[in-house]
Design a protein around this ligand. Structure first.
Ligand SMILES: [Zn+2]
Length: 102
């Protein structure tokens, strides 16, 4: 995963370093307990809120969230991951592509 880059408080596109990203979909993953395979997993966009599978959680053992963006300046569809691991919270670009529907 590529480290997220923020300049002057503005998140930059991981592909073109453009500063005009727009959120499309947010997926939130809360495990019932550490390493639990069950929990609350929601996917939210401008049209709906739906339960989703937890297998897209960017954290293998803890909680996490994914924010899918589109960029005004290139055709990247970057996905930002914020997740916990070993007591730390990480922010990385998870992918440049859209998540495949579960
Ligand atoms: Zn871009």
């Amino acid at each position: 995963m590529k480290q997220a880059s923020i300049y002057d408080g503005i998140l930059q596109c991981p592909s073109c370093l453009g500063e005009h990203l727009h959120q499309k979909i947010v997926s939130v993953f809360f495990r019932d307990s550490e390493e639990s395979l069950t929990g609350k997993f929601l996917r939210i966009d401008e049209k709906k809120v739906e339960k989703t599978l937890g297998d897209k959680n960017p954290s293998s053992r803890r909680d996490g969230l994914l924010i899918e963006f589109w960029c005004e300046e290139c055709d990247a569809d970057p996905i930002l991951a914020i997740y916990q691991r070993k007591g730390y919270t990480y922010i990385h670009w998870h992918s440049m592509r859209k998540l495949v529907e579960a």
